[in-house]
Design a protein around this ligand. Structure first.
Ligand code: FMN
Length: 363
């Protein structure tokens, strides 16, 4: 079914309204009989925040918001899958249309606004696959109308305790008004204290589920200083850099570039990679980073790793390139390691970070 979508369907999906095309892709993955992916090159294995990743290429949050197809995505060759963003109570998100392709720029703009089936529905799906192999993280968010957003995050950590391989606290979606304020000062510190406390309270047999923070690529460097400082003091396990951008880099050619929302895909690569390097030099090895934003090839994945990422995630490029991209990226990473005589990707993580932070700021 998915093979059919690649050969015939990708052009057809490209003609459909973007959100209908996404629903069809999820449907196809639901129906697809999924065996297991071919074994990965052992050099691609990575132990990051205590988890054993078969390869470092993950499916970013937002593709499987409701936890419908994590095992099908693992079977496509992803080293891990991030389900969500999930909100505590179901909510429909913003009015449609709210998802736009930028074909001339290989980008996407979305203003979905956390459409979510809610914690209970997603929990039931993950409970049904409990014990199955594969690293499946849960990305959590707050309801739009919530009176206590921090309580929403802490509550979801309880909801998914024992079912999530790791948690991502998403405070960087541009599509829920005020959400990104949680990245600021005392509010950020209080958020960290309460989600880490919820994680502690729900830990079983001393096994703590890794907890990551997902930040916006639009933070100012002064704000990044504060975010990294608080994350280090509180002892988070990792950080994802980052979410979509509200910026519109010069030179976008697609008609949809004027739409409001978060921009992802190729036009995000330079900014997100620079922010990743800026985070890496500030974190000083205190916790690992996940590099996300504009990865569409082996070369761009390698650049993220050299900028400071221990793991990478992608979403937008799949829309334009199809699932074969996952295998291509893994093959390119393995070839780069062989050519450089490196035993693992860990040897090159952050190799270019310091140099990148000295370059002119990307436009
Ligand atoms: C349609 C769409 C929906 C998204 N939804 C979420 C989401 O619910 N939660 C989240 O943390 N990130 C979400 N993202 C952001 C992605 O996880 C990722 O951080 C961003 O798209 C950059 O990666 P990319 O350039 O490879 O797409 C979404 C992205 C897209 C394109």
């Amino acid at each position: 079914m998915i093979g059919l979508l690649d050969a015939l369907g990708l052009p057809l999906l490209g003609l459909m309204e973007a959100e209908n095309a996404h629903a069809l892709a999820i449907k196809a993955l639901t129906l697809m009989p999924h065996g297991s992916a071919a074994a990965d090159d052992p050099r691609l294995r990575a132990k990051v925040f205590g988890l054993d990743f078969p390869n470092p290429v993950g499916m970013a949050a937002g593709f499987d918001k409701h936890g419908e197809v994590p095992d099908a995505l693992i079977a496509l060759g992803f080293g891990f899958v991030e389900v969500g963003t999930v909100t505590p109570r179901p909510q429909s998100g913003n009015p449609r249309p709210r998802l736009f392709r930028l074909p001339l720029d290989q980008g996407i703009i979305n203003r979905l606004g956390f459409n979510s089936e809610g914690g209970a529905a997603v929990r039931a799906r993950l409970a049904a696959r409990a014990g199955a192999p594969g690293i499946v993280g849960v990305n959590v968010g707050a309801n739009k109308e919530s009176q206590d957003r921090i309580a929403d995050y802490a509550g979801l950590i309880e909801t998914f305790a024992g079912l999530a391989s790791y948690f991502t606290v998403n405070i960087s979606s541009p599509n829920t008004p005020g959400l990104r304020d949680l990245q600021q000062g005392a509010l950020f510190d209080e958020l960290l204290a309460r989600v880490l406390e919820a994680r502690e309270r729900t830990s079983r047999q001393g096994r703590r589920t890794p907890l990551l923070i997902k930040i916006a690529p639009d933070l100012r460097l002064r704000e990044l200083d504060d975010v990294v400082g608080a994350a280090r003091r509180r002892g988070v396990d990792g950080m994802i850099v980052g979410n979509t951008t509200v910026a519109r880099p010069p030179g976008l050619r697609s008609a949809a570039a004027r739409e409001a929302g978060g921009l992802s895909g190729r036009p995000l690569f330079a900014l997100a990679t620079r922010m990743l390097a800026e985070a890496y030099v500030r974190v000083e090895g205190a916790f690992p980073l996940v590099g996300t934003g504009g990865i569409d090839s082996g070369a761009t994945a390698l650049a993220k790793i050299r900028a400071g990422a221990s793991l990478v995630q992608l979403y937008s490029s799949l829309v334009f390139c199809g699932r074969a991209l996952v295998g291509e990226i893994k093959a390119a990473l393995a070839a780069a390691l062989a050519a450089g005589r490196h035993a693992s990707l860990g040897e090159i993580v952050g190799a270019d970070a310091a140099a990148l932070t000295g370059e002119p700021w990307p436009p």
